[in-house]
Design a protein around this ligand. Structure first.
Ligand code: PMP
Length: 442
């Protein structure tokens, strides 16, 4: 017999005192628990399940690969699914990102990017370039290097001092960061000056890379950079010989409309990380897309990237990634995102534009966020002691809705927001249902 909620568990759960329901099935955008309750998945878990929960094409590709070859260690062999996926991703990526380092998830992808940046400078004879610059309102993963890069104070706090030398600058966060008398151009110029000054203060010869999410996900609730921001940051990096790492683990793979979110800003990074929707929940999969300049410096130097994971380039995971690309590109799911995003945005505006506890509605494509506030006029966040995000999550589940409320870091303070990242297969009536269930929840 399966219990809806286990009475006791040997799984070391995230929330030790609060055991979750047991999920047993998936049906398109719905998840089903052991008691038969159905949940509309409005966040794809955490922006993962872009194809819903029972995509026959992806499952078929995984099964076929399992029958052929489940695993071959990359220390000895490559595999056809890995070669195919890397070739396709590099063909779709911004120009120059010709090489693809395949791993098992987002933190591994970020960790690989940080180490690629460091090793690149070693190879070209600038070993002092070790320092990373990130933004205060960011999340880049939970491994110690990625955690050090991230600016999420409450996740970092238990593990201080962290391993890497990271400096943090301001996020691009129009709702709270832009002064009332400031336009976007002036705001961008101010943020670019801050990065420029930070690099000068540290000494450019000590800085390896600047890392940022084009649209901030987990810590902020789908906050897009304002127009021109990423371009300005790219220019500052170029001025000082600093690499630009864009972390699209959450916002990439079509979530915001184009396959890569940096296409909105027409910016080409040196390293680009993706995960989550790359395996779309069917397999653990992540990738770091690497500019040929970095690849060639390592290949022409020591010839060996000093990094690796046992399950990297896993054939079954890569077969899933290839099948996800088929669904996005050949079956037209990617093309649905902009229109669906506009529909969901209209629905959210309808329900929440005048809601007293919703301060801001923002995002791009099917990556949308609501910021929850105690007072709309003053933008005062809720008292963290109220645990608003946790309550919203619980109430939403009781209403048959999976959304992604987080108590994030609002430039140093706690603040609550809800992230929505629904599967690209939803119908308009599914999107309406999200609005209604969320309205009931709030
Ligand atoms: N980077 C970003 C932008 C993320 O949102 C996340 C996960 N929320 C990660 C990295 C880490 O990914 P993972 O949980 O797969 O390790």
């Amino acid at each position: 017999m399966t219990l809806a909620r286990p009475a006791a568990s040997h799984v070391f759960h995230r929330h030790l005192r609060n055991l979750p329901e047991t999920a047993v099935g998936g049906d398109g955008p719905w998840l089903i628990d052991a008691a038969g309750r159905r949940y509309l998945d409005a966040s794809g878990g955490a922006a993962v399940s872009a194809l819903g929960h029972n995509d026959a094409h992806v499952i078929g590709a995984i099964k076929a690969q399992l029958d052929r070859l489940p695993f071959a260690h990359t220390g000895f062999f490559t595999s056809q699914p890995a070669e195919d996926l890397a070739r396709r991703l590099s063909g779709l990526a911004p120009p120059g990102l010709d090489h693809v380092y395949l791993v098992s998830g987002g933190s591994e992808a970020v960790e690989s990017a940080l180490k690629l940046a460091r090793q690149y400078f070693l190879e070209i004879g600038q070993p002092a370039r070790r320092r990373i610059i990130a933004r205060r309102q960011s999340y880049h993963g939970n491994t110690l290097g990625a955690l050090a890069a991230g600016g999420n104070l409450w996740r970092r706090a238990p593990f201080e001092p962290l391993l890497m030398e990271v400096s943090h600058v301001s996020p691009c966060y129009a709702y709270r960061g832009m002064a009332p008398d400031e336009d976007e151009a002036a705001y961008v110029a101010r943020l670019a000056d801050e990065l420029d000054q930070t690099i000068r203060d540290l000494g450019p010869e000590s800085v390896a890379a600047f890392i940022a999410e084009p649209v901030v996900g987990a810590t902020a609730g789908a906050v897009p950079a304002v127009a021109g921001y990423l371009k300005a940051m790219r220019q500052v990096c170029d001025r000082h010989g600093v690499l630009l790492i864009l972390d699209e683990v959450m916002c990439g793979m079509g979530r915001t409309g184009p396959l890569f979110a940096c296409a909105h800003d027409d910016v080409v990074p040196d390293l680009l990380t993706v995960a989550k929707a790359l395996g779309a929940g069917y397999q653990p999969l992540g990738a770091t897309l690497v500019h040929r300049r970095i690849h060639d410096a390592i290949e022409g130097g020591s010839g060996f990237f000093q990094h690796g994971h046992t399950y990297m380039g896993h054939p079954t995971a890569c077969a899933a990634g290839g099948a996800v690309l088929d669904r996005l590109l050949d079956d037209g799911l990617l093309a649905r995102v902009p229109g669906m995003g506009r529909t969901l945005r209209r629905i959210l505006d309808h329900h929440f534009a005048d809601h007293p506890q919703v301060g801001d509605i923002r995002g791009r494509g099917l990556f949308l966020g609501l910021e929850l506030v105690a007072d709309r006029k003053t933008k005062q966040p809720f008292d963290p002691a109220l645990g608003i995000a946790a309550k919203v999550k619980k109430t939403a589940l009781a209403n048959g809705l999976i959304c992604y409320p987080m108590s994030g870091t609002i430039d140093g303070q706690r603040g609550d927001h809800i992230l929505l990242a629904p599967p690209f297969i939803m119908t308009d009536s599914d999107l309406e249902e999200i609005g209604q269930r969320l309205h009931t929840t709030l």
